[in-house]
Design a protein around this ligand. Sequence first.
Ligand SMILES: [Mn+2]
Length: 377
Amino acid sequence: MRIAFFSDTHLGHRKFTKLDENGLNVREVDVMQTFRRFLDSIEKRDPDVILHGGDFFDVVRPSNLTLSHALQSLMKLQEKRGGRPFVVVGGNHEMPKVRGTGCALQLYNEVIPGFKAVYGDPEAVSLGEGHVLHCVPSSRVGDWEDLRKREKGTMLLMHGLIDGIEHGRPDLSPAKIEREYEFAFLGDYHLHQAIRDTVVYVGSTDYVATNFWKECGTPKGWMEVDTEDWKWTFHEVKPARRALDLPSIDASDMTLDEVGEAMLEQLAAALKSLDDDNPPIVRQVIVNAWPDLRREVPFTILQECRRQCLDYDLVTRAVSTKETQSATPERPRGQTLAMRWEEFAKEYEIPEDVNREGIVRTGEDYISEARRTSGED
Ligand SMILES: [Mn+2]
């Protein structure tokens, strides 16, 4: 039996304020397009079973458009596949906080041939040929003792972080999972990583985490697993839009003009290397920056950089800091208040007509004023 495994599609994910010609959030469109690329790539390999590791949707209540676009793609695929199994396990993003809300995936269970979403209690699903799949949604991770009986051919499909990715989960140690299951398909962690040969995170399909910069250098794709020998192949699929973390600029011996030039040069070089003309999402870090550097960068330079990107994120750091070593990319330690403010203000939801840059800078001004008056500077 050949199994295709992908995860964390986060359909309905929205980011930045740009809309396309139909008034849709550009990232929402991207993420759906990436999803279709994955389905096309999987379909070509004609697997017997398709598994999804959860966070199918980004939100509990996806827009009608997202629901119907995903439905169309899945219907088409499942009809072509003659309704062979397509199993999805519920992730934390789509699971309702209030029970009565219900899960959007429920609807698909009713109408798509061969489609099975497990989002409530853990469940053992038979895949045929003696293969059984234990499905554990995010809300029940580590809480399915009755299901954990190792029998030949039993596999695990779970949305959650195991020990090693998240510390303090000895009940979910890779060694234990390896003993109890022939193969463990895991979702929730967005980087593709094989913890053991048969205990694997496939990763997300697109860049949807709050801080996704760590994912830029790693491939996105899906896994094809053969149950004969439990060997697998990773099939790379490029997301619809590229995210580029440009090499950082060291400002220690630079003038402001030189910094501006370096910014333009770096971006031009990166754009040149792209194989499509879809404006990318870009981050430019400047290290060893003097305190006011960010505010001094001429608006014309910033504007020129922004014009060529879907989003151009300029980050200045006072001292050269190594990229955070921890496995969870959430919140690097040792950030200054100004950095934390910037990170917060860049993500915070604000009305479209409000100038985010202005808010960020006003906050920075207040922080530096406070530091001055308290004698910190
Ligand atoms: Mn996720």
